[in-house]
Design a protein around this ligand. Structure first.
Ligand SMILES: [Zn+2]
Length: 342
């Protein structure tokens, strides 16, 4: 009798311990961030930015192959599509494009459902299209633009999936949004924002990655840096989470130069996050700055700084973790509904 009781007590204690360890609010996100590795990013990028994908021009064969690569990856990892079944493609009709003639194309969507607030969506986005092949037959591989953001998402998705499999899935849902048509004028993200899977107001944050694999001009001595754009424009909460996660886990050099509202480059308006920001959804745009190979056929995977890419991808993962697991979504304390600039 005594033995049995002791055994039950021991079981109960083990049960408590397991229960405690499974609390996502106290779990160590670095355990999962560390599954994002330079080696795996490199492996993906050497395929994704290879000549086989023909510069991933929107609507063309290379872009379709790239879409298939993303879809197969999510299926292989058991990360579902919010569209249901094995339908990972949100069709964007060619007729939706206003500049030039473009064939039908697709955004690629995958997601991890939140355990407590499944209808609140944290979007992690990057564009997987690029500019194709020029008149001289040169392939624009777009390794940095935006192969780097695309492979970062693949690794981030894997990290969240591992956490979920360990009983530490995010409290809010996370949408992995691989958009098309960015190079044609932010078209895929605009299409998503007008045809969202959940009502647009359910999207509580967008972390957008566009070019995080290189060292931008003038930043040779900046160490482990990344430019953050937009983090405090709509929500102080989002900015604070981003800063806290970085301070606690990575200590990177977060550079806000391009976040200045008077910055002439106006990067805040120039990538896919803007299609969320214009709906007053808080955003952070992660960017390495421009460099000599920007929009040239020389933007190739051998020039990527993989260790730096790994750190930047970890930062996005940790920030998403912070937002997805907070008690409240980031409060929009500075709403500035703007005109549809697209
Ligand atoms: Zn880009």
């Amino acid at each position: 009798m005594k033995k049995v009781l002791l055994f039950s007590l021991a079981l109960a204690l083990v049960g408590c311990k397991a229960q405690k360890d499974k609390n996502v609010k106290t779990a160590d996100p670095m355990e999962y961030a560390n599954t994002i590795t330079a080696d795996e990013l490199k492996e993906h990028l050497y395929i994704f930015a290879s000549d086989e994908f023909e510069g991933r021009d929107t609507g063309e064969r290379g872009q379709k192959l790239a879409a298939e690569y993303l879809k197969n990856y999510y299926i292989q990892l058991g990360i579902p599509s919010p569209l249901g079944g094995d339908d990972y493609y949100q069709e964007v009709p060619g007729s939706y494009f206003t500049r030039g003639t473009v064939k039908d194309t697709e955004n690629v969507l995958a997601y991890i459902e939140g355990s407590e607030f499944p209808d609140e969506i944290v979007v992690i986005s990057s564009h997987y299209d690029h500019v194709g092949i020029d008149d001289q037959g040169r392939i624009y591989n777009g390794a940095d633009d935006d192969g780097s953001g695309t492979v970062a998402i693949l690794e981030i998705a894997e990290a969240f999936k591992k956490a979920k499999d360990d009983g530490l899935g995010p409290r809010r849902s996370i949408l992995f949004l691989n958009v098309t048509g960015e190079e044609k004028g932010l078209v895929g993200s605009r299409f998503y924002s007008e045809n969202p899977v959940w009502p647009i107001e359910n999207h509580v944050t967008n972390l957008n990655i566009d070019m995080i694999g290189r060292i931008g001009e003038g930043m040779e001595d900046a160490g482990d840096y990344v430019y953050l754009i937009g983090s405090d424009r709509l929500s102080t909460d989002l900015h604070d989470i981003s800063e806290e996660m970085n301070q606690k886990y990575l200590q990177m050099n977060l550079d806000y130069t391009f976040n200045d509202e008077n910055d002439p480059n106006r990067f805040y308006f120039r990538s896919d996050h803007y299609n969320f920001a214009k709906h007053d959804i808080p955003v952070i745009f992660y960017f390495n700055g421009v460099h000599e190979d920007y929009h040239k056929h020389t933007d190739t995977p051998d020039k990527i700084e993989y260790d730096l890419l790994e750190k930047r991808a970890k930062l996005v993962f940790l920030t998403a973790w912070g937002v997805a697991n907070a008690d409240e979504p980031p409060f929009v304390d500075n709403p500035t509904l703007t005109d549809d600039a697209q």
